[in-house]
Write a protein that binds this ligand. Structure first.
Ligand SMILES: NC(=O)c1ccc[n+]([C@@H]2O[C@H](COP(=O)([O-])OP(=O)(O)OC[C@H]3O[C@@H](n4cnc5c(N)ncnc54)[C@H](O)[C@@H]3O)[C@@H](O)[C@H]2O)c1
Length: 371
């Protein structure tokens, strides 16, 4: 296979993360061709040029359509804000490129549906950036559950919390506008939902309560503006096989910085995980003498593949950006037609359908079955 030609649109938080992954994937995994970093697009030419030099891209442009028209680009990383995803991903797929698009697909469900339709027609690989499923620890938890290490799972609690909206004096900005989404649901809930999908399959029914911790926020320059969406949400869910789950998401939770926590309870044991301590998990197994029974903390180690591709020493730890390198390797696998651990547009759309059903259930005060 010839080296993949890479196009990168956007160079903020996630753009840099994708650039690091494209730069590192050969060094970490060895068994792929080193990608060719062909073209980078940013909002203006000066920034595009500067970032292309820093990230190692050959060409820079302020017009993302020029990047998509470039015949040397085979894969496009879309890392711009949510409202641009549909237009950019659809244009790239229609131009015959594979797409690696940041989550969520699009604020508007109809746009997300169009993204999937075009991806299907194109026959190209279309992947969403749900990197948390790539943690070697998460892979191992999936294996343990599959092996029956905690028996048959019957109850799950999933949480996602941060505190960037916890201060009542945070100025009103676009994240509090309803046009940006429902708030905690689409900003946050999609990440734990990607983990639940990875471990157990899709959500089948939901009922939701949403919370506005603060009714209004100060506006820059004076005055106050009403908050239009909800910073916190509590969701009851039914998964396949009758498994009951609770999902709580809160972006106004003081002290929480990047909590994506799972508590998984089964007939023979339990598993606890928290993304803030992404290099460990806790396992309780109902076996052995009662006098020594308790949770065991297990540290990430080479046995949890592909940790071994990064570091030969156990307990030294991977970081957030490493998850993107693993996701990048899985994307290349998919492009090569090999089985890959990715969230396709197909599964991504179903995650977003769950979020819209949650909001509907809140407004209609009832359970919603997700078809
Ligand atoms: N997977 C994850 O864990 C994760 C984490 C954070 C954000 N995200 C997602 O990543 C996406 C980007 O978020 P971010 O935090 O990186 O945002 P950001 O604001 O840091 O970066 C966005 C970049 O896109 C650029 N941009 C905007 N319009 C453009 C255009 N027309 N052409 C070219 N470049 C343009 C901006 O200049 C900016 O550099 C969002 O969809 C977000 O939901 C995912």
């Amino acid at each position: 296979m010839k080296p993949l030609g890479i196009g990168l649109i956007g160079t903020g938080y996630m753009g840099k993360c994708h650039a690091l992954a494209w730069n590192a994937v050969k060094t970490v995994f060895g068994d792929v061709e080193r990608p060719r970093l062909v073209h980078l697009a940013e909002a203006n030419a000066e920034l595009a040029g500067a970032r292309a030099a820093e990230f190692g891209f050959e060409k820079a442009t302020a017009d993302w359509r020029t990047l998509i028209a470039d015949p040397d680009v085979d894969v496009v990383s879309v890392t711009t804000p949510n409202q641009f995803h549909a237009e950019m991903a659809i244009a790239a797929l229609e131009a015959g490129k594979h797409v690696w698009c940041e989550k969520p697909m699009a604020p508007d469900y109809a746009d997300a549906e169009r993204m999937l339709a075009v991806a299907r027609r194109s026959g190209k690989v279309a992947v969403l950036g749900y990197n948390y499923i790539q943690n070697p620890i998460m892979r191992h938890i999936k294996t343990l559950i599959g092996e029956g290490a905690i028996g048959s799972v019957n109850h799950i609690r999933a949480e996602m919390d941060e505190d960037f909206m916890a201060d009542p004096d945070v100025l009103f900005y676009w994240k509090s506008e309803i046009s940006a989404g429902y708030g905690a649901l689409d900003d946050f809930a999609v990440h734990p939902l990607s983990l639940l999908w990875y471990l157990f399959g899709h959500v089948e029914a939901v009922t939701t309560d949403m919370v506005k911790p603060y009714a209004d926020r100060p506006v820059k320059g004076g005055g106050r503006r009403a908050v239009e969406n909800h910073d916190a949400a509590n969701v009851l869910m039914r998964l396949g096989g009758g498994v009951s789950a609770v999902l709580m998401a809160n972006r106004a939770a003081w002290g929480r910085k990047g909590r994506i926590a799972l508590q998984i309870y089964g007939s023979k044991g339990s598993i606890l995980y928290d993304q803030e301590r992404m290099n460990e998990f806790e396992l309780y197994q109902f076996e052995g003498r009662g006098s020594e029974r308790g949770f065991r903390k297990i540290l990430a180690a080479p046995a949890h593949q592909p940790y071994d591709r990064f570091i030969p020493a156990p307990g030294h730890g991977l970081g957030f950006n490493d998850l993107k390198i693993i996701e990048c390797r899985e994307l290349i696998r998919a492009i090569c037609g090999e089985p890959a651990s990715i969230v396709t547009f197909e599964d991504g759309l179903r995650i977003e359908k769950s979020v819209h059903a949650m909001a509907q259930s809140f407004h209609e005060r009832r359970w919603i079955e997700i078809g």
